[in-house]
Structures are given as structure tokens and as C-alpha cells.
Design a protein. Structure first.
Length: 228
């Protein structure tokens, strides 16, 4: 089963598209924040197997991360700690554990929680740390962090930064949900006034993923560009 077939169950159907009323409504689902969780966990677990840490050191750092989750992350979830305070403590944790792979799942999970609670600035800070520390060593980790970071940048009206992140991701060896990547790039380029770049990205979706319902969204955007 190829990547496209594997994602069909996650797609919005034509009927659902009609019910939303707007293209923007469909795109706001931000699919990468939820989808492919199993793949994410497998990729991170596989990466951890090949870590350069000794077993003793690995266990020591694992306990530190576990205690952090049990203390600070729990306090954040129980509203006993502010988002800003949590980020401050997370930075200290990174200083203590460095590029320990066991920190990746916490980085992503805490970022998702902050996004859910609309603490976008704090989520951005966590994801930027994750991108700096972990993205260069594992392309799958890079995918999951970068898609979230681009989403946060867009929600913070920092479209150019979102484009930069997605363009770098576009050159990665990992090709997950490629159609979504091109759709997002098309939307972002359109927001920044670059119609030529927007058109080329939407056209890529139409030409290469015509069997998916999301190609309808690309066609709608292309129609809008041509009318301007």
C-alpha cells in the first residue's frame, strides 16, 4: 500500500467538503497534528535504538524526563503552572539532557497541548527547540516537528517563516502526505501575494493527486487565482 492509499481514510470527502461551505474551513483541520501518530512513535522508537548513549546513561536521562513529565507537564495540564513557566523549565531540561532522544515525544506532546490551549507563542518556542535539537538527526522526527511549526507560524501570521519551514521539508527524503504539503505551500504563497508560486503548488496537487478529494480544493484555489 502506498502513502496515498494509506491516507485515504483520513481525507475529507466531497460531501464533507460541500458541507463546510468554504475551502478555508476544510484546510483548518490541520491534519498533520493528529495523523500518522503510530508512524511517529515507531520512527522515534527506532531512532532511540541507535542512540550513542550507554544503557546506564540512557536510563539516567530517561528517569529525568519521566520525572519532568510527572511533575511539570502534569502541573501544566492541571493549570498549576503557566505556559511560560513550563517553557522555562523545559529549557532547563534540555540543558541537562542535551539531544537525548527520549525528549522528542515530550517535545511534540507538550507542543500539541499548548497549541490546543492556544498558547501559540509558547508552542512555537518548544517546537523551535525541537527543530534545533532533533530535526537534523532523523527525517521522520523532522517531519512531525516541522509540520507543527509551520502550522503555528501560520496561526501567528508569520507566513514567510511557515513557507521557509515547508520548503525545507519539501526537500527532505521523507515524503509523507505530500499533497498536503503542496496545498499548504500554495495557500501560504497566495497569502503573501506570490501568485506564480501558489499556482505551481496547486497545479502539482491537481496533476499528481487528481484521485484525492483534496485536489478539488487545489482546483478551487486555481480558479480564484485565474479570476484575479
Amino acid at each position: 500500500m502506498n502513502d496515498v492509499d494509506g491516507q485515504k481514510n483520513n481525507l475529507v470527502t466531497g460531501d464533507q467538503l460541500a458541507k463546510t461551505g468554504t475551502v478555508e474551513g476544510v484546510m483548518k483541520y490541520k491534519i498533520p497534528l493528529i495523523s500518522l501518530v503510530v508512524v511517529s512513535l515507531m520512527a522515534v522508537a527506532s531512532w532511540a535504538v541507535y542512540t550513542s548513549y550507554s544503557e546506564k546513561e540512557n536510563n539516567r536521562l530517561g528517569r529525568i524526563v519521566y520525572e519532568f513529565k510527572s511533575d511539570y507537564f502534569k502541573k501544566l495540564q492541571e493549570d498549576k503552572m503557566s505556559a511560560g513557566e513550563f517553557v522555562g523549565q523545559f529549557k532547563k531540561l534540555v540543558g541537562e539532557t542535551g539531544k537525548f532522544t527520549g525528549l522528542v515525544s515530550l517535545n511534540i506532546g507538550a507542543s500539541d497541548y499548548l497549541i490546543k490551549k492556544n498558547h501559540l507563542d509558547e508552542a512555537k518556542e518548544l517546537l523551535e527547540i525541537g527543530s534545533e535539537k532533533f530535526s537534523s538527526d532523523n527525517p521522520y522526527v523532522n517531519w512531525f516537528i516541522s509540520t507543527r511549526l509551520a502550522t503555528v507560524y501560520e496561526d501567528l501570521k508569520q507566513e514567510k517563516k511557515a513557507i521557509e519551514v515547508l520548503e525545507k521539508l519539501n526537500s527532505s527524503s521523507v515524503k509523507l502526505m505530500e499533497w498536503k504539503l503542496y496545498l499548504d505551500l500554495g495557500r501560504l504563497y497566495l497569502k503573501t501575494g506570490n501568485k506564480d508560486k501558489a499556482r505551481s503548488n496547486f497545479k502539482y496537487v491537481v496533476d499528481n493527486y487528481s484521485e484525492l478529494d483534496f485536489s478539488k480544493i487545489a482546483r478551487i484555489y486555481l480558479g480564484r487565482i485565474d479570476k484575479r
